[in-house]
Design a protein around this ligand. Structure first.
Ligand code: HEM
Length: 349
Protein backbone atom coordinates (compact mmCIF):
# COMPACT_ATOMS: atom_id res chain seq x y z
CA UNK A 1 0.00 0.00 0.00
CA UNK A 2 1.78 3.09 -1.16
CA UNK A 3 -0.24 6.18 -0.33
CA UNK A 4 0.94 9.39 -1.92
CA UNK A 5 0.95 12.41 0.41
CA UNK A 6 2.11 15.98 0.25
CA UNK A 7 5.52 16.54 1.81
CA UNK A 8 5.72 16.63 5.58
CA UNK A 9 6.56 19.38 8.04
CA UNK A 10 8.28 16.99 10.39
CA UNK A 11 8.87 13.30 10.80
CA UNK A 12 8.58 11.30 14.02
CA UNK A 13 11.52 8.94 14.37
CA UNK A 14 12.70 6.37 16.93
CA UNK A 15 10.88 3.38 18.39
CA UNK A 16 9.44 4.89 21.62
CA UNK A 17 8.45 8.31 20.14
CA UNK A 18 6.74 6.55 17.24
CA UNK A 19 4.75 4.23 19.44
CA UNK A 20 3.49 7.09 21.55
CA UNK A 21 2.67 9.27 18.50
CA UNK A 22 0.84 6.40 16.77
CA UNK A 23 -1.34 5.97 19.85
CA UNK A 24 -2.05 9.69 20.13
CA UNK A 25 -4.75 10.03 17.46
CA UNK A 26 -5.89 13.39 18.90
CA UNK A 27 -2.59 15.09 18.07
CA UNK A 28 -1.72 12.99 15.03
CA UNK A 29 -4.92 12.37 13.15
CA UNK A 30 -5.51 9.96 10.25
CA UNK A 31 -8.44 12.12 9.05
CA UNK A 32 -6.70 12.98 5.79
CA UNK A 33 -7.03 12.46 2.06
CA UNK A 34 -4.14 10.45 0.62
CA UNK A 35 -3.53 9.96 -3.12
CA UNK A 36 -5.42 13.21 -3.71
CA UNK A 37 -4.30 13.17 -7.36
CA UNK A 38 -6.17 9.93 -8.13
CA UNK A 39 -9.02 9.59 -5.64
CA UNK A 40 -11.39 11.82 -3.67
CA UNK A 41 -12.72 9.37 -1.08
CA UNK A 42 -11.15 7.95 2.05
CA UNK A 43 -9.46 4.59 2.22
CA UNK A 44 -11.22 2.83 5.09
CA UNK A 45 -10.47 2.19 7.91
CA UNK A 46 -7.08 3.78 7.16
CA UNK A 47 -8.04 7.44 6.77
CA UNK A 48 -10.50 7.99 9.62
CA UNK A 49 -10.02 8.49 13.35
CA UNK A 50 -11.62 6.76 16.33
CA UNK A 51 -14.47 6.41 17.21
CA UNK A 52 -15.61 6.05 13.54
CA UNK A 53 -12.45 4.10 12.78
CA UNK A 54 -13.44 1.49 15.35
CA UNK A 55 -16.80 0.87 13.65
CA UNK A 56 -15.19 0.08 10.27
CA UNK A 57 -12.37 -1.86 11.80
CA UNK A 58 -14.54 -4.09 13.96
CA UNK A 59 -16.86 -4.80 11.01
CA UNK A 60 -13.89 -5.97 8.89
CA UNK A 61 -11.79 -7.68 11.58
CA UNK A 62 -13.57 -11.09 11.46
CA UNK A 63 -12.39 -11.62 7.85
CA UNK A 64 -8.75 -11.07 8.84
CA UNK A 65 -8.29 -12.97 12.11
CA UNK A 66 -5.66 -15.70 12.13
CA UNK A 67 -8.00 -18.75 11.90
CA UNK A 68 -9.82 -17.18 8.92
CA UNK A 69 -6.53 -16.95 6.99
CA UNK A 70 -4.92 -20.13 8.31
CA UNK A 71 -7.62 -22.24 6.66
CA UNK A 72 -6.22 -21.17 3.26
CA UNK A 73 -2.65 -22.35 4.00
CA UNK A 74 -2.96 -25.47 1.83
CA UNK A 75 -4.08 -23.39 -1.18
CA UNK A 76 -1.21 -20.94 -0.57
CA UNK A 77 1.14 -23.89 -0.61
CA UNK A 78 -0.16 -25.18 -3.94
CA UNK A 79 0.18 -21.68 -5.40
CA UNK A 80 3.77 -21.40 -4.09
CA UNK A 81 4.76 -24.80 -5.46
CA UNK A 82 3.31 -24.27 -8.92
CA UNK A 83 4.63 -20.72 -9.37
CA UNK A 84 8.13 -21.68 -8.19
CA UNK A 85 8.11 -24.54 -10.68
CA UNK A 86 7.15 -22.22 -13.53
CA UNK A 87 9.62 -19.55 -12.37
CA UNK A 88 12.63 -21.88 -12.41
CA UNK A 89 11.53 -23.86 -15.47
CA UNK A 90 13.10 -21.84 -18.27
CA UNK A 91 15.18 -18.73 -18.92
CA UNK A 92 15.84 -16.22 -16.08
CA UNK A 93 12.73 -14.25 -15.18
CA UNK A 94 11.80 -11.30 -13.00
CA UNK A 95 11.13 -12.25 -9.36
CA UNK A 96 8.66 -9.39 -8.93
CA UNK A 97 6.46 -9.84 -12.00
CA UNK A 98 6.91 -13.57 -12.66
CA UNK A 99 6.86 -14.96 -9.13
CA UNK A 100 5.99 -12.64 -6.23
CA UNK A 101 3.16 -10.63 -7.81
CA UNK A 102 1.33 -13.65 -9.33
CA UNK A 103 1.71 -15.55 -6.05
CA UNK A 104 0.33 -12.72 -3.94
CA UNK A 105 -2.58 -12.20 -6.33
CA UNK A 106 -3.44 -15.91 -6.52
CA UNK A 107 -3.40 -16.04 -2.72
CA UNK A 108 -5.67 -12.97 -2.47
CA UNK A 109 -7.98 -14.63 -5.02
CA UNK A 110 -8.31 -17.53 -2.58
CA UNK A 111 -8.89 -15.36 0.49
CA UNK A 112 -11.47 -13.13 -1.20
CA UNK A 113 -12.97 -16.04 -3.19
CA UNK A 114 -12.41 -14.12 -6.47
CA UNK A 115 -10.31 -16.53 -8.60
CA UNK A 116 -11.94 -15.03 -11.71
CA UNK A 117 -10.22 -11.66 -11.03
CA UNK A 118 -6.67 -12.87 -10.47
CA UNK A 119 -5.39 -12.37 -14.03
CA UNK A 120 -6.84 -8.86 -14.12
CA UNK A 121 -5.17 -7.96 -10.78
CA UNK A 122 -1.84 -9.31 -12.07
CA UNK A 123 -2.19 -7.21 -15.23
CA UNK A 124 -2.29 -4.03 -13.09
CA UNK A 125 1.32 -4.61 -11.96
CA UNK A 126 2.50 -3.95 -8.39
CA UNK A 127 0.96 -0.44 -8.28
CA UNK A 128 -2.65 -0.10 -9.39
CA UNK A 129 -2.41 3.68 -9.85
CA UNK A 130 0.06 3.15 -12.70
CA UNK A 131 -1.74 0.14 -14.19
CA UNK A 132 -2.26 1.72 -17.64
CA UNK A 133 0.68 4.08 -18.00
CA UNK A 134 3.45 5.70 -15.98
CA UNK A 135 1.09 8.58 -15.19
CA UNK A 136 -0.88 7.97 -12.00
CA UNK A 137 -4.56 7.47 -12.73
CA UNK A 138 -7.49 5.95 -10.78
CA UNK A 139 -9.59 4.89 -13.81
CA UNK A 140 -8.60 1.21 -13.87
CA UNK A 141 -9.24 0.59 -10.18
CA UNK A 142 -12.44 2.63 -10.10
CA UNK A 143 -13.95 0.84 -13.13
CA UNK A 144 -13.22 -2.45 -11.40
CA UNK A 145 -14.60 -1.33 -8.01
CA UNK A 146 -17.82 0.00 -9.57
CA UNK A 147 -18.39 -3.20 -11.49
CA UNK A 148 -17.84 -5.51 -8.48
CA UNK A 149 -20.07 -3.27 -6.37
CA UNK A 150 -22.90 -3.65 -8.90
CA UNK A 151 -22.48 -7.43 -8.80
CA UNK A 152 -22.36 -7.44 -5.00
CA UNK A 153 -25.58 -5.47 -4.47
CA UNK A 154 -27.36 -7.72 -6.99
CA UNK A 155 -26.26 -10.67 -4.75
CA UNK A 156 -24.73 -12.41 -7.77
CA UNK A 157 -21.69 -13.81 -6.01
CA UNK A 158 -20.74 -15.33 -2.69
CA UNK A 159 -17.45 -13.61 -1.92
CA UNK A 160 -15.96 -10.89 0.25
CA UNK A 161 -17.51 -8.15 -1.92
CA UNK A 162 -21.01 -9.43 -1.21
CA UNK A 163 -20.22 -9.37 2.51
CA UNK A 164 -18.72 -5.88 2.45
CA UNK A 165 -21.48 -4.34 0.31
CA UNK A 166 -23.98 -5.46 2.94
CA UNK A 167 -22.08 -4.32 6.04
CA UNK A 168 -23.89 -1.94 8.32
CA UNK A 169 -21.94 0.88 9.91
CA UNK A 170 -23.77 2.81 12.66
CA UNK A 171 -27.06 1.25 11.51
CA UNK A 172 -26.69 2.22 7.83
CA UNK A 173 -25.73 -0.01 4.93
CA UNK A 174 -22.45 1.18 3.49
CA UNK A 175 -22.53 3.51 0.47
CA UNK A 176 -20.84 2.93 -2.91
CA UNK A 177 -18.09 5.36 -1.90
CA UNK A 178 -17.46 3.55 1.38
CA UNK A 179 -17.29 0.31 -0.61
CA UNK A 180 -14.64 1.90 -2.87
CA UNK A 181 -12.71 3.03 0.21
CA UNK A 182 -12.75 -0.39 1.88
CA UNK A 183 -12.18 -2.65 -1.11
CA UNK A 184 -9.59 -0.27 -2.58
CA UNK A 185 -7.40 -0.60 0.50
CA UNK A 186 -7.97 -4.35 0.75
CA UNK A 187 -6.60 -4.70 -2.78
CA UNK A 188 -3.79 -2.17 -2.38
CA UNK A 189 -2.73 -3.08 1.18
CA UNK A 190 -1.78 -6.64 0.43
CA UNK A 191 -0.10 -5.97 -2.90
CA UNK A 192 3.23 -4.14 -3.17
CA UNK A 193 4.00 -4.74 0.52
CA UNK A 194 3.82 -8.55 0.38
CA UNK A 195 5.43 -8.55 -3.09
CA UNK A 196 8.40 -6.70 -1.60
CA UNK A 197 8.59 -9.08 1.36
CA UNK A 198 8.66 -12.21 -0.84
CA UNK A 199 11.08 -10.60 -3.31
CA UNK A 200 13.40 -9.64 -0.43
CA UNK A 201 13.32 -13.24 0.79
CA UNK A 202 14.36 -14.53 -2.67
CA UNK A 203 17.09 -11.86 -2.84
CA UNK A 204 18.54 -12.75 0.56
CA UNK A 205 18.67 -16.51 -0.05
CA UNK A 206 20.33 -15.87 -3.42
CA UNK A 207 23.18 -14.05 -1.65
CA UNK A 208 23.66 -16.29 1.41
CA UNK A 209 23.56 -19.96 2.40
CA UNK A 210 21.00 -19.31 5.11
CA UNK A 211 18.25 -21.36 3.49
CA UNK A 212 20.39 -24.37 4.51
CA UNK A 213 20.10 -23.22 8.14
CA UNK A 214 16.33 -22.98 7.75
CA UNK A 215 16.37 -26.52 6.34
CA UNK A 216 18.46 -27.80 9.25
CA UNK A 217 16.20 -25.89 11.68
CA UNK A 218 19.11 -23.83 13.09
CA UNK A 219 16.94 -20.85 12.15
CA UNK A 220 13.18 -20.99 12.65
CA UNK A 221 10.90 -19.79 9.88
CA UNK A 222 9.00 -17.57 12.31
CA UNK A 223 12.04 -15.65 13.52
CA UNK A 224 13.25 -15.32 9.91
CA UNK A 225 9.92 -13.82 8.80
CA UNK A 226 9.92 -11.27 11.62
CA UNK A 227 13.46 -10.24 10.69
CA UNK A 228 12.62 -9.96 6.98
CA UNK A 229 9.66 -7.79 7.95
CA UNK A 230 11.85 -5.58 10.14
CA UNK A 231 14.77 -5.24 7.76
CA UNK A 232 12.75 -4.73 4.58
CA UNK A 233 10.10 -2.46 6.21
CA UNK A 234 7.87 -2.77 3.12
CA UNK A 235 5.84 0.30 4.14
CA UNK A 236 8.49 2.72 5.46
CA UNK A 237 6.38 5.79 6.24
CA UNK A 238 2.77 6.98 6.54
CA UNK A 239 1.46 10.45 7.27
CA UNK A 240 -0.74 11.92 9.95
CA UNK A 241 -2.25 15.41 10.00
CA UNK A 242 -2.21 17.87 12.91
CA UNK A 243 -5.47 19.39 11.55
CA UNK A 244 -8.19 16.79 10.85
CA UNK A 245 -9.34 17.50 7.30
CA UNK A 246 -13.06 16.64 7.47
CA UNK A 247 -15.09 19.83 7.55
CA UNK A 248 -12.04 22.07 8.07
CA UNK A 249 -12.23 25.29 6.05
CA UNK A 250 -8.64 26.35 6.54
CA UNK A 251 -6.09 23.59 6.11
CA UNK A 252 -2.53 24.66 6.96
CA UNK A 253 0.00 23.66 4.28
CA UNK A 254 2.32 22.27 6.93
CA UNK A 255 -0.22 19.99 8.62
CA UNK A 256 1.38 16.65 7.67
CA UNK A 257 3.67 14.72 10.00
CA UNK A 258 5.46 11.56 8.81
CA UNK A 259 5.51 8.41 10.92
CA UNK A 260 8.81 6.77 10.01
CA UNK A 261 8.24 3.08 10.70
CA UNK A 262 11.64 2.40 9.17
CA UNK A 263 13.43 4.57 11.74
CA UNK A 264 11.75 2.60 14.56
CA UNK A 265 12.91 -0.64 12.97
CA UNK A 266 16.56 0.47 12.95
CA UNK A 267 16.58 2.09 16.40
CA UNK A 268 19.76 0.81 18.01
CA UNK A 269 18.41 1.29 21.52
CA UNK A 270 15.95 -1.52 20.71
CA UNK A 271 17.72 -3.65 18.05
CA UNK A 272 21.32 -4.74 18.49
CA UNK A 273 23.27 -4.17 15.26
CA UNK A 274 20.13 -3.08 13.44
CA UNK A 275 21.77 -2.97 9.99
CA UNK A 276 22.63 -6.67 10.17
CA UNK A 277 19.88 -8.90 8.78
CA UNK A 278 19.97 -11.49 11.56
CA UNK A 279 17.41 -14.22 10.91
CA UNK A 280 18.01 -15.58 14.41
CA UNK A 281 17.19 -12.30 16.18
CA UNK A 282 15.61 -13.33 19.47
CA UNK A 283 13.43 -10.29 20.27
CA UNK A 284 11.92 -8.43 17.37
CA UNK A 285 9.32 -5.79 18.26
CA UNK A 286 9.42 -4.25 14.78
CA UNK A 287 7.00 -1.58 13.63
CA UNK A 288 6.54 -2.84 10.07
CA UNK A 289 2.81 -3.29 10.61
CA UNK A 290 2.56 0.06 12.38
CA UNK A 291 1.34 0.39 15.95
CA UNK A 292 -1.81 1.53 17.78
CA UNK A 293 -5.36 1.62 16.42
CA UNK A 294 -4.33 1.51 12.74
CA UNK A 295 -2.01 -1.51 13.12
CA UNK A 296 -2.14 -3.45 9.85
CA UNK A 297 -5.36 -5.42 9.47
CA UNK A 298 -3.68 -7.81 7.01
CA UNK A 299 -0.74 -8.82 9.24
CA UNK A 300 -1.87 -12.45 9.47
CA UNK A 301 -2.29 -12.62 5.69
CA UNK A 302 1.26 -11.34 5.18
CA UNK A 303 2.77 -13.59 7.85
CA UNK A 304 0.95 -16.76 6.79
CA UNK A 305 1.68 -16.16 3.07
CA UNK A 306 5.36 -15.64 3.89
CA UNK A 307 5.48 -18.66 6.20
CA UNK A 308 3.96 -20.99 3.61
CA UNK A 309 6.26 -19.58 0.91
CA UNK A 310 9.32 -20.22 3.11
CA UNK A 311 8.13 -23.70 4.07
CA UNK A 312 7.81 -24.48 0.36
CA UNK A 313 11.34 -23.18 -0.29
CA UNK A 314 12.69 -25.11 2.68
CA UNK A 315 11.02 -28.39 1.62
CA UNK A 316 12.27 -28.04 -1.96
CA UNK A 317 15.80 -28.80 -3.11
CA UNK A 318 16.03 -25.45 -4.90
CA UNK A 319 19.14 -23.30 -4.41
CA UNK A 320 19.62 -20.17 -6.44
CA UNK A 321 21.94 -17.23 -7.05
CA UNK A 322 21.60 -13.73 -8.49
CA UNK A 323 21.53 -13.56 -12.28
CA UNK A 324 21.02 -9.77 -12.55
CA UNK A 325 19.80 -7.13 -10.13
CA UNK A 326 18.90 -3.47 -10.18
CA UNK A 327 17.85 -2.25 -6.77
CA UNK A 328 17.14 1.25 -5.49
CA UNK A 329 18.21 1.51 -1.86
CA UNK A 330 16.88 3.94 0.74
CA UNK A 331 18.94 7.05 1.44
CA UNK A 332 21.32 7.36 4.41
CA UNK A 333 21.20 6.08 7.12
CA UNK A 334 19.17 3.23 5.56
CA UNK A 335 21.37 2.75 2.51
CA UNK A 336 21.61 -1.03 3.11
CA UNK A 337 17.84 -1.42 2.89
CA UNK A 338 16.25 -2.09 -0.52
CA UNK A 339 13.58 0.46 -1.37
CA UNK A 340 12.57 -0.84 -4.79
CA UNK A 341 13.49 -4.03 -6.64
CA UNK A 342 13.50 -2.51 -10.13
CA UNK A 343 14.80 -5.76 -11.55
CA UNK A 344 15.85 -9.02 -9.92
CA UNK A 345 16.47 -12.27 -11.78
CA UNK A 346 17.73 -15.37 -10.00
CA UNK A 347 18.84 -18.71 -11.46
CA UNK A 348 19.49 -22.15 -9.99
CA UNK A 349 23.00 -22.77 -8.57
C1 HEM B 1 4.20 -7.18 4.50
C2 HEM B 1 2.98 -6.78 4.27
C3 HEM B 1 2.33 -5.58 4.88
C4 HEM B 1 2.87 -4.49 5.50
C5 HEM B 1 4.35 -4.21 5.75
C6 HEM B 1 1.78 -3.62 5.90
C7 HEM B 1 1.95 -2.42 6.59
C8 HEM B 1 0.91 -1.68 7.11
C9 HEM B 1 1.07 -0.55 7.99
C10 HEM B 1 2.41 0.03 8.44
C11 HEM B 1 -0.16 -0.10 8.32
C12 HEM B 1 -0.49 1.08 9.26
C13 HEM B 1 -0.68 2.35 8.49
C14 HEM B 1 -0.86 3.57 9.38
O1 HEM B 1 -0.66 3.49 10.61
O2 HEM B 1 -1.16 4.64 8.81
C15 HEM B 1 -1.12 -0.94 7.63
C16 HEM B 1 -2.48 -0.78 7.70
C17 HEM B 1 -3.38 -1.56 6.98
N1 HEM B 1 -3.07 -2.67 6.21
FE1 HEM B 1 -1.25 -3.49 5.93
N2 HEM B 1 0.61 -4.18 5.49
C18 HEM B 1 0.89 -5.38 4.88
C19 HEM B 1 -0.03 -6.28 4.36
C20 HEM B 1 -1.38 -6.07 4.32
C21 HEM B 1 -2.33 -7.00 3.75
C22 HEM B 1 -1.99 -8.36 3.17
C23 HEM B 1 -3.58 -6.40 3.85
C24 HEM B 1 -4.91 -6.90 3.41
C25 HEM B 1 -5.11 -7.63 2.38
C26 HEM B 1 -3.39 -5.13 4.52
C27 HEM B 1 -4.40 -4.25 4.83
C28 HEM B 1 -4.24 -3.16 5.66
C29 HEM B 1 -5.36 -2.33 6.11
C30 HEM B 1 -6.84 -2.52 5.75
C31 HEM B 1 -4.81 -1.33 6.92
C32 HEM B 1 -5.57 -0.21 7.64
C33 HEM B 1 -5.85 -0.60 9.08
C34 HEM B 1 -6.52 0.51 9.89
O3 HEM B 1 -6.46 1.68 9.50
O4 HEM B 1 -7.13 0.18 10.92
N3 HEM B 1 -2.05 -4.96 4.79
N4 HEM B 1 -0.45 -1.90 6.92
Amino acid sequence: MTVFHQSTRKTITGHAPLRSALRDTQTYSSDLQGDADVRDYRQLPLEVDPPLHHLYRSALAPYFVKPAIEKHAESFRKNSESLLKIYFAAEPKEVVSDLALPLVMHNLGVIYNRPQDVEEWISWGPDVWTAESEKRDGAVLHRYLDSVYEEAVRHETRDIYGEIANLEIAGKRISPLEFRGIVGVLLAGGRDTVVKLLTGIMWHFARTDELMQIRSKEITINSAIQEFLRFLTPLPLMNRTTTPETGASDLPEDRYVGMSFISGNFDQTVFEEPFTLNLNRARNPHLSFGFGPHTCLGNHIAEIEARVFMETLSDSNLNWKIHTEEINFHSTPFEKVPDQFKSLKVVLR
